[in-house]
Design a protein around this ligand. Structure first.
Ligand code: MLT
Length: 337
């Protein structure tokens, strides 16, 4: 992991840095929901370095990790109102503002890094970018690929949906993810990301799901010991820019910003492929987490969760949007209702 001079840990250093850099460069603020060290941070620092390099230092970006600038959903509101320049956050925390993005979080649509790349970098990704500008006033500049979301808990191994009985699982405030757990027979507890570690630590909830890289970056291994190696949702973490900020830039700078985003996206994909396996190993060998394989290749999880797809056809723009995504992934259309 690179250590960044860009991280702004306290209010005092914010003020000091603001004074010292004011004269030298235009400084943009980037919020990160996660702690430094994961894919959000990797994408954020890569983009910041590229932008600084491409503008010969005229623009620099300071990163504020760990939800310092508010919950991930707050950062969408703030960017939309022009109060924040940039934010890297989980896709599921954009869906409430731009529901068509939900096609990316329907359970078992994206099942691998390759699927994630196909959907984000093709026509579907372009259309969703247009939709978030229209619905939420933010533009997706780049994607961090964080890997499949894996269920963790502090109680017992979970191999099949019935093993969830008695567990209180934290989910983001996202209707699709709430319904996924309901399909498996439990009522999850929707909580903001910024409150999740404390809720796990205090036993308010027993478990949550996030990718291996995030489990490591957030030190969830300190409060969780079981992981289920499933893949119901792939964690995509877009870098968004306030659309009013973007529109205020000249055409040449807009192009530079877009290019920095495209290059950072490619680097994020490589980062996932290079690091996920070793982080998984570290969680077991150094932090004592126990990994459980989902029973029968996850078949029961898949059959139950995909039953919820029709509930979200209206919000994602119709069944044809899901079928379009499945076709791009080389799969059959969703069954008729
Ligand atoms: C969530 O669980 O709310 C998000 O996945 C958190 C994140 O940004 O990593």
């Amino acid at each position: 992991m690179r250590l960044s001079k860009r991280i702004i840990p306290t209010a005092v250093t914010v003020a000091t840095l603001a004074i010292s850099t004011q004269a030298m460069a235009d400084t943009w603020k980037m919020a990160l929901g996660d702690a430094a060290g994961g894919t959000q941070y990797e994408l954020g620092t890569t983009f910041a370095d590229l932008l600084e390099e491409k503008t010969d230092g005229e623009i620099r970006v300071d990163l504020f990790p760990n939800g310092q600038l508010g919950s991930e959903q707050d950062t969408v509101n703030n960017a939309s109102m022009g109060l924040l320049d940039l934010s890297v956050l989980a896709i599921n925390n954009i869906t409430p503002f731009s529901p068509t993005v939900g096609v990316m979080t329907l359970p078992y649509v994206i099942r691998s890094p390759e699927d994630a790349r196909t959907l984000t970098q093709g026509e579907i990704g372009e259309e969703l970018t247009e939709n978030t500008i229209r619905d939420a006033g933010v533009r997706i500049l780049a994607w961090a690929y964080s890997g499949c979301r894996r269920l963790t808990n502090s109680s017992h191994p979970v191999a099949e949906p019935s093993d969830l009985e008695g567990l209180v699982i934290r989910v983001p405030k996202n209707e699709i993810m709430i319904s996924s757990y309901q399909s498996w027979g439990v009522n999850p507890n929707p909580l903001a990301w910024s409150e999740t570690f404390t809720a796990l630590q205090q036993g308010v909830v027993d478990g949550q799901d996030n990718p291996y890289i995030t489990i490591d970056a957030m030190k969830f291994y300190e409060v969780q010991n079981h992981v289920t190696d499933g893949c119901y949702v792939f964690s995509l973490e877009p870098l968004i820019i306030s659309e009013s900020k973007f529109q205020g830039l000249g055409p040449e700078l807009q192009q530079t910003v877009l290019e920095a985003g495209q290059e950072a996206t490619q680097q994020s994909y490589d980062y996932l492929l290079d690091t996920e396996a070793s982080i998984k190993k570290k969680l077991v060998e150094e932090h004592g987490m126990e990994i459980t394989e989902p029973a029968n290749d996850e078949q029961q999880w898949i059959e139950m969760a995909t039953q919820i797809w029709p509930q979200f056809y209206d919000s994602i723009g119709g069944k044809e949007k899901l079928d379009q995504a499945l076709a791009a992934l080389g799969r059959d259309p969703a069954p008729a209702e």
